[in-house]
Ligand binder design. Structure first.
Ligand code: HEM
Length: 362
């Protein structure tokens, strides 16, 4: 019988000086944010600024899960409403035909019951902030801090240069070579042109899964329930990803299967190394829920005002049962909470944490 590692506080190892690293990450990213603000006259997310879909969905927990998977949000077979924001990595608005980067999917599940992390007490939301790729490019917050100096250096580059980097990187994936980064996952400017609804999205970093520890992935299914194969497409306009998503949702629903990879060995499936892909032959991703997005208008002005300008998607918006784990996650819990609210303040927008899906405009 498989033994699943039991969660306890001791699965994390806090390095001395981490707080200083987190503060420096905030400083570097805030500097990028100021540059973007000067360019747009408005503060935008310092990562994943450009959204290409703002969606209403439902997360349905599957019945008859085995005990090890029946944890936290997934403890009972029930349906939760959810708000989904699709975006891609850069903290600026780039031309989709010229630069292609990893894609993000941020999900705010509404109606999550049970104790929340201290800063999230009293709320009813559970956020999952996901990207394409099964592991993160950097193992730790310290290595990430070193690498964003490269990314920061890329921000003021003319777009033509970025496009050249993107093409070269798609071909060879060797353009960025910061020490310590996992080059297998290094597609920062070279992500293939896949339709966002054919991509799988991952937590990349581990989190608590009730009594256990896990990574979570959202896998696209076709209408018969089989895995959807990735389809390439060429964006036709500068907002080509948004056009593709909006066009898709005028006629079609999308279904993602939520799958959980439980940690069975802390050496081969480490908590403190976010760039380690956990071996699926030892512990496969197993289905626990479905996220269904029905046909809808996927990018309306009212949704843009609500989701882009008033909502914050943060790893720290979590049940205790799904506490984010490891150095990169500890950094994220600080950084999003510093830069997100600052962005809202700079734009004169109130911070909204929904209690009902009815707050999401049509
Ligand atoms: C140390 C590592 C990381 C740092 C410091 C970081 C920082 C940030 C910041 C500052 C934002 C903008 C927050 C806002 O203004 O509201 C953001 C957004 C985002 N990040 Fe990260 N991030 C990190 C790692 C990751 C990872 C590992 C993933 C996915 C697996 C990820 C996915 C996203 C997504 C999808 C968004 C957009 C959220 C939204 O739609 O509002 N990030 N990140």
């Amino acid at each position: 019988m498989t033994a699943y590692v039991r969660f306890s506080d001791s699965v994390e190892t806090v390095e001395p000086g981490e707080e200083e690293t987190f503060r420096k990450i905030i400083d570097v990213m805030a500097k990028g944010g100021r540059m973007a603000r000067e360019r747009y006259g408005h503060s935008v997310r310092t990562s994943h600024a450009k959204a290409h879909g703002l969606l209403k969905g439902a997360l349905e927990v599957l019945p008859d899960l085995p005990p090890e998977l029946r944890q936290g949000l997934f403890a009972e077979p029930r349906s939760y409403p959810a708000i989904v924001r699709l975006a891609h990595v850069p903290g600026e608005f780039l031309d989709d035909r010229r630069v292609s980067t990893p894609r993000g999917m941020a999900i705010k599940v509404i109606g999550a019951e049970g104790p929340k992390l201290p800063g999230h007490a009293g709320q009813v939301t559970q956020d999952f902030v996901l990207d394409t790729g099964k592991a993160f490019i950097a193992p730790s917050a310290g290595v990430f801090l070193g690498s964003i100096t490269l990314t920061e250096a890329a921000t003021p580059m003319p777009e033509g240069v970025k496009a050249a980097v993107s093409a070269a990187s798609r071909a060879s994936n060797v353009v960025l070579n910061a020490v310590g980064l996992n080059s297998a996952n290094l597609d920062f400017f070279g992500h293939p042109f896949n339709h966002p609804m054919t991509e799988s999205y991952f937590t990349q970093c581990p989190l608590r899964y009730g009594e256990h520890i896990a990574k979570i992935g959202f896998f696209p299914l076709n209408k018969d329930g089989g895995d959807l194969t990735v389809q390439s497409f060429e964006p036709q306009d500068e907002d080509g990803l948004r056009t593709a998503v909006v066009t898709y949702f005028r006629r079609h629903p999308a279904i993602f299967e939520v799958r959980v990879q439980l940690c069975t060995d802390l050496d081969r499936m480490p908590v403190e190394n976010a760039s380690a892909e956990w071996p699926e032959d030892e512990s496969p991703y197993r289905p626990v829920a479905r996220l269904t997005l029905m046909p809808q208008e996927a990018f309306t002005p009212a949704r843009r005002e609500f989701v882009d300008e008033r909502l914050l998607f943060c790893p720290a918006h979590s049940l205790e049962a799904h506490r984010p784990l490891g150095s990169v996650m500890r950094a994220r819990m600080r950084v999003y909470e510093a830069l997100g609210p600052a962005r809202l303040r700079e734009n004169g927008r109130p911070r909204v944490e929904p209690r009902s899906i009815d707050e999401l405009p049509a």
